[in-house]
Design a protein around this ligand. Sequence first.
Ligand SMILES: NC(=O)c1ccc[n+]([C@@H]2O[C@H](COP(=O)([O-])OP(=O)(O)OC[C@H]3O[C@@H](n4cnc5c(N)ncnc54)[C@H](OP(=O)(O)O)[C@@H]3O)[C@@H](O)[C@H]2O)c1
Length: 247
Amino acid sequence: MISFNTEQRFIVTGASSGIGEGVALLLNELGASVIAIARNEERLRAMQAKAKHPENIHIEVKDLVEDIAGLPSYVKSLKDKYGKFQGLACCAGVGSLMSLQSISLEQAKQMFDINYFSTLFLVKGFADRRVNNGKGSSIVAIASIAASIAEKGQLAYAGSKAAIVASMKAISRELAPQGVCVNTVSPSMIKTPMLGDGDSDYYKEMLIKYPFGFGEVQDAAQMIVFLLSDKSCWISGQNYILDCGTY
Ligand SMILES: NC(=O)c1ccc[n+]([C@@H]2O[C@H](COP(=O)([O-])OP(=O)(O)OC[C@H]3O[C@@H](n4cnc5c(N)ncnc54)[C@H](OP(=O)(O)O)[C@@H]3O)[C@@H](O)[C@H]2O)c1
């Protein structure tokens, strides 16, 4: 059984909604301390109110794209405030459909800023030996099934997610001597606010392909928390696709 103690601190981005919220709440339920990051303080507080041990959820309101180059220093400042970290779960991200004809450079860059560059520079901050607990520490980035099987309109989203899968593999090799595990989880359709009401023709067509239906937040959160725990200490450099066998 997975369990943590309050001295095991995890940074979770995107903790105000969807998968990040699920990861923050599950880590907290299992005994860990969570540094919960997102822009919307009200939604972060609402997440904290649902927690089993709300006193072990520490809220940090932050826009992760306002100073991407400064993120390593930001992570270091969190370490100075809370202590060393056991893990990092990068769940913040955005997704929207764009066509090749309509996409602008600015839109493409915005997608990469949050889905790729902010993750990369948070990981850079976490990798500092003064910041993490060394052997057994763990990083999980959330990519997407789109990194391998992209649907029409996902050109920028899929590119940003494929980039993070590729970079995490390289980073896993770089951090292996420190004993830090580095993995990626690539979900397909998980029922979160990112899917909207899930009632569009697009989603109805997609649903037919899913033998178990769309996933619940818990389906992704359980896998991410396993990879953050000591139960997965021999696993690194992997990208786990969660799609109930659809693709
Ligand atoms: N749901 C799915 O079907 C699915 C499938 C594959 C992959 N994913 C990936 O899973 C991750 C989580 O998605 P989700 O479905 O849980 O989406 P969600 O419910 O929309 O949550 C997205 C989270 O990202 C945060 N965020 C966005 N921009 C941010 C910024 N600039 N700075 C800080 N935080 C920011 C949001 O918080 P604030 O708005 O409060 O800042 C929110 O907490 C994403 O990377 C997504 O691409 C989701």
